[in-house]
Design a protein around this ligand. Structure first.
Ligand code: NAD
Ligand code: DAU
Length: 347
């Protein structure tokens, strides 16, 4: 199979590309990434060194560039597109919505349009559970839950979902939408809750918990999300929408305390030390109270289910961040970008 993966230098894309190329010796991946602050080409450097020019091709570019997308699809005889590329952080969307509309709506529409025109047999659009809005204390999102996005980020993702739906209904285009809950694991940019807390605990900095800390998220390891995306790629029905989740709900404050305790133990600090860093701060505007995913369709129709327990996954994730503090320093300090410019010129 010859895949065009977009946003492959981000958190989930990186994990997906590694998984696919390791699992499938005959797979070819073209990774189209704009390298925003969240994209790091060097995440995949080992693949560039081992498989560059044969089974792995990195292309620096924007999914909103129709000519480039058309060229890649034709030149590499692409069988399927998996679209991860996005602006992904809710807080940034509150500060400025424009890049979210440009990439998540117009970029996705452009890519979809080119893929359909050129007859790419399958398109998987990676969306999010945030398009459903928020839940009260009970119940779960199903694929039939009406879309009710509350943040500029989720509104931009919901818009793209609607365009995907329209492409199936209008043109019969073979597009699938996945809607996953919160991911955790290696290579997540430290602006997101878990890696931010890990970084601040290591550096003994305050741990900013929004509002009362009682908002609930449903956490899934990124390798289980990656496997689910592959499942939809291979077996998803045309026009199909698939919820993906770990059945693993946590209140934010509980997850922060858990990460504190696991790190205190690993760093040889007295029990309870890092919990003292927790600082309740002003709430995120429009903060969704609770997400929970009903992934019955993925299990019953496509045979997917999560394989990684949270206990195992969170421990491995903390160990990865402890072993990769240089990576964290580079992506957060801008040193990576300076290095990149020096290595590759003005891109
Ligand atoms: P990320 O922010 O870590 O990575 C996004 C990647 O997209 C980066 O490599 C960036 O350079 C690239 N990109 C951004 N704009 C681009 C453009 N115009 N053209 C080409 N590349 C561009 O995001 P992530 O957490 O890996 O999320 C990937 C996808 O999964 C997103 O679509 C997101 O909405 C969705 N998702 C994320 C989660 C989560 O918990 N992180 C959960 C469900 C769904
Ligand atoms: O549900 C899927 C979504 O999960 C994805 O679509 C998004 O791309 C991804 O960023 C994530 O969105 P969240 O807003 O849920 O993730 P975030 O890590 O930003 O926040 C998780 C929870 O923690 C949320 O309730 C806000 C809270 N939080 C977050 C940060 C960064 C804090 O309390 N303090 C913080 O500093």
């Amino acid at each position: 199979m010859r895949l065009l993966v977009t946003g492959g230098c981000g958190f989930i894309g990186t994990n997906f590309v590694y998984m696919m190329l390791e699992k499938h010796p005959d797979m070819v991946i073209v990774n189209l990434d704009k390298l925003t602050y969240a994209g790091n080409r060097f995440n995949l450097l080992p693949l560039e060194e081992r498989l560059g020019g044969s089974r792995y091709h990195f292309v620096h570019g924007d999914i909103g560039n129709a000519e480039l997308a058309a060229h890649l699809i034709s030149a590499y005889k692409i069988d399927a597109v998996v679209n991860f590329a996005a602006e992904s952080h809710v807080d940034r969307s509150i500060a400025d919505c424009s890049p979210f509309v440009r990439t998540n709506v117009l970029g996705a529409q452009t890519l979809l349009d080119v893929a359909r025109r050129l007859g790419v047999p399958k398109f998987v659009h990676v969306s999010t559970d945030e398009v459903y809005g928020t839940l009260g204390p009970t119940g779960k999102f199903t694929e039939d839950t009406p879309l009710a996005p509350n943040s500029p980020y989720s509104a931009s993702k919901a818009s793209a979902d609607m365009i995907c739906r329209a492409f199936y209904e209008t043109y019969g285009y073979n597009v699938c939408i996945t809607r996953c809950s919160n991911n955790y694991g290696p290579y997540q940019f430290p602006e997101k809750l878990i890696p931010l807390m890990i970084r601040n605990i290591i550096g003994q900095q305050p741990l900013p918990v929004y509002g009362d800390g009682l908002n609930v998220r449903d956490w899934l390891h990124v390798k289980d999300h990656s496997a689910a995306v592959e499942t939809v790629l291979r077996r998803g029905a045309p026009g199909g929408v698939y919820n993906i989740g770990g059945n693993n709900e946590w209140r934010n404050i509980d997850i922060v305390n858990l990460v504190c305790d696991l790190l205190d133990n690993r760093l040889g600090r007295p029990a309870g030390t890092s919990r003292g860093l927790v600082t309740f701060v002003k709430d995120r505007p429009g903060h969704d109270r609770r997400y929970a995913i009903d992934a019955t369709r993925m299990r019953n129709e496509l045979g997917w289910e999560p394989s990684c327990t949270f206990e195992q996954g969170i421990g491995e994730t903390i160990d990865w961040y402890l072993a990769n503090q240089e990576w964290v320093g580079e992506v957060t300090s801008g040193a990576y970008r300076d290095y990149y410019r020096k290595m590759y010129g003005g891109r």
